[in-house]
Design a protein around this ligand. Structure first.
Ligand SMILES: [Zn+2]
Length: 174
């Protein structure tokens, strides 16, 4: 990144960099300690000789010097974010499942031939559940669920971040 393209803290929250997310996941699993050298602004893990955060661009000799552990709050926000995301994605996938069951029944019961013939009706209903369920779960759970979940979780994170910056008493590093 050039100096002109540097991260703009007023536009976006710098959490979470991929490396920070990975570190928190490993820490949560007990595979890594919450120890190291982390950016004083966005808490991205940094090697001992790094003078500038590769994620947010904060300088290690700036107002926010590196810290040796990730704040508990930040770890909690990642958990909250993931929880929000999976809850929303799951409820969309579940809704897709219910819609397909009801729509499939509607089709089978709405066609007199199928209503009178159990075997063809079962085949049609089974195929509809299988293929329709998969497609709709993919669209609802995968696409819409994912997008809405991400936006919702991200909004919440931005609120946390704004409060955090305020309570930290120092502006986000630029
Ligand atoms: Zn940083």
């Amino acid at each position: 990144m050039s100096a002109e393209q540097r991260y703009q803290p007023n536009d976006e929250c710098p959490l979470f960099s991929e490396r920070l997310e990975e570190h928190i996941v490993l820490f949560t699993r007990g595979e890594l300690p919450n120890r190291g050298r982390f950016c004083g602004n966005c808490y991205t893990p940094m090697s001992p000789d790094t003078a500038r955060c590769p994620h947010c661009g904060a300088l290690t000799d700036g107002p926010l010097t590196p810290v040796d552990r990730i704040p508990d709050e930040v770890i909690q926000w990642l958990r909250e974010q993931r929880h929000t995301e999976s809850r929303i994605v799951n409820s969309f996938a579940y809704a897709a499942f219910v819609i397909v069951i009801v729509a499939g029944l509607g089709i089978v019961l709405g066609i007199p031939y199928l209503r009178a013939h159990l075997l063809p009706a079962t085949i049609v209903y089974g195929s509809f559940l299988l293929f329709g369920g998969r497609a709709l779960a993919g669209v609802l759970g995968g696409y819409y669920g994912d997008h809405i979940a991400y936006d919702r979780a991200r909004n919440r994170l931005r609120q946390h971040w704004a409060e955090w910056i305020a309570s930290r008493g120092q502006p986000a590093e630029v």
